[in-house]
Design a protein. Sequence first.
Length: 255
Amino acid sequence: MTTRRKVTYAVLAAALVVFGIWAVQRISGLSEDTQATNPLFRWEYLFKRERTPGELWDSTREHLLLTVQSVVIGLVLSAALSALILRFGWLRGLVFTFAGVLYTIPSLALFAVLSTYNSNETAAIIALTSYTLLILTRNIVAGIDRAAEAALDAADGLGMSRIQRLVKVEIPLALPVILTGVRIATVTVVGLVGISAVIQLGGLATYIFDGFKRSYTTLMVLGTAATILLAIGLDLVLRGIEWLMTPWARRRVAR
């Protein structure tokens, strides 16, 4: 781990500790008399309202499920498309152009059109998956294209078949780039899930839309903060997976 990264983590940890101390002191002083003291965010809604924890968990679970399902499906489809590109090079421009067109379609319009022919959940997953294809396909192809020639020559020298070389050499070497694409796609989808509120989904973003409708800033702040925390949490989880799956990359950075 580099010195800069250590300092960053130390600052974040210190900030979390300070926030935790402040939050404990603030929560311990909550009462009915303090409900209107903060017009931006009323902590009583989060810590005193009995239904809030259950509703927040349900929204988080919906947001998480839509994100995970879309990214997993997108990864499978992108792997298949990448295999076609690597096998038939002339497909590269065609596939990237198609994925790029999907990525440029406004999410609000795409949700609305798909929901007229599918259930709301199916429409959301199809739309969200389409936004992952360009990111994931590009990273998979780029990662495999950048595999070191020396490693490929060594694999050929060992008599590996094309499939063996792909599975045992090229994909492992491409993992850092591929997992970076997965992280970017995941964070992107976390943000886009909120637009599915127009088709009665939305996950944590339902708090934001409800807050706008009711002019209640507590809901808007809660939905925004929860969505950001979910994106950061998933990014950290994926970083941890990348760290565990690519020990050679860690050694290279350490040098």
